[in-house]
Design a protein around this ligand. Structure first.
Ligand code: DP6
Length: 339
């Protein structure tokens, strides 16, 4: 019997960063992210008795993706041994351009994990985790750590930390504490600084934390940031929020710059954008800030209530510093939807 399942699943942007891991794909510190909305992947997966994998990306056969999916299936095999008897066809569409430097692993692997969980249930295999969404988060994590957080909307925590009840290293959970309404409608404008440049691969990146001279302090700091966020998020303290989130982004890059080997992934225009954002915030009082991935692009964060003042600034001051003036407009989203 052949069955097809489809899910749309979003990307996410970390506020407290996951940077460092141990086997099997367990984080060295807790992280929290905003789930995004516009940046997402739509995946349809067809399971039929047999062997082998076929993949299309945006309608084109993409054999180069097969090893990545094979690796994912290998890592989840112990939870889903039935997969060994199935041929898998994966048709996947990304809403964002492949060349944009936006990683598709979080959205793509969370969508595929949801399809696998649906298929397991349809074929009558019981799940190791009774909560199917949690099972999908575990599977997504085994594919790519940050993908575990794309299974839920809003603010999502992955990694055990004392101040977040229910937090766990094996799966993500919806942030369980009170969240002020100002954080429920947040914008993320991704300013594309150097779309051609390859960000440091996550495998290489996380490995840099092994033996890093600042590792122990960093992991402690992430717990402290999670603790500090509890009152910041509850009270809607935007200045403290932006300060903490910017500190996390700069710490991530500081860790890369002080690793052995070291990486400088910010470009001159990345710095120009960060400085412009801070200047604009000081001069106008607009609650706007930034975060960074392991790459040169800048995620510009502000609440919906600041849009009137923030968007003209993005268009007039930040976009000219981007490659071909490109930026993507996104916002906090509500998580995966079945297709
Ligand atoms: C800087 O989730 O891509 O974006 O688990 O090796 O697939 P793997 O790593 P990945 O690392 C993400 C690192 C980050 C921070 C974050 O998203 O928390």
């Amino acid at each position: 019997m052949s069955l097809t399942f489809g899910w749309q699943s979003p990307s996410n942007i970390a506020l407290v960063k996951y940077w460092g891991k141990r086997d099997p794909q367990l984080p060295s510190n807790p992280s929290i992210s905003f789930t995004l909305d516009a940046c997402h992947t739509q995946t349809r997966a067809t399971f039929e008795p047999g062997q082998g994998i076929e993949v299309t990306l945006n309608g084109m056969g993409t054999p180069s993706f097969v090893p990545k999916i094979e690796q994912f299936l290998g890592r989840i095999q112990h939870r889903h041994p039935w997969l060994a008897d199935y041929h898998l066809s994966v048709d996947t569409f990304n809403s964002f351009p492949h060349s944009s430097g936006i990683a598709s692993s979080a959205s793509g692997l969370s969508a595929l994990a949801l399809c696998v969980v649906d298929a397991a249930q349809a074929f009558g295999h019981s799940l190791l985790e009774s909560d199917s969404r949690r099972e999908a988060s575990i599977l997504a994590r085994l594919g790519s750590g940050s993908a575990s957080r794309s299974l839920y909307g809003g603010l999502v925590v992955w990694g055990q930390t004392p101040t977040v009840p229910g937090s766990h290293d094996e799966y993500a959970i919806s942030y369980p504490h009170d969240v002020h309404p100002v954080f429920q409608d947040f914008r993320d404008i991704v300013v594309l600084v150097d779309v051609g440049q390859k960000a440091v691969s996550s495998t290489a990146g996380h490995a840099l934390m092994e033996g890093h001279p600042f590792a122990a302090q960093r992991f402690e700091q992430a717990h402290a940031h999670m603790r500090a966020l509890e009152s910041i998020l509850a009270t809607g303290d935007l200045p403290a929020f932006l300060e903490l989130v910017e500190n996390e982004a700069l710490t991530l890059h500081g860790l890369m710059m002080s690793s052995n080997p070291s990486y400088i992934l910010m470009r001159p225009n990345t710095l120009a954008i960060l400085e412009a954002i801070r200047r604009f915030r000081t001069e106008t009082g607009t609650p706007i800030g930034f975060t960074l991935d392991a790459g040169a692009n800048v995620h510009v964060l502000f609440p919906a209530s600041a849009e009137q003042s923030a968007m003209p600034f993005v268009r007039e001051v930040l976009a000219p510093l981007a490659k071909n003036s490109q930026f993507l407009t996104d916002r906090v989203g509500s998580g995966p939807v079945p297709l």
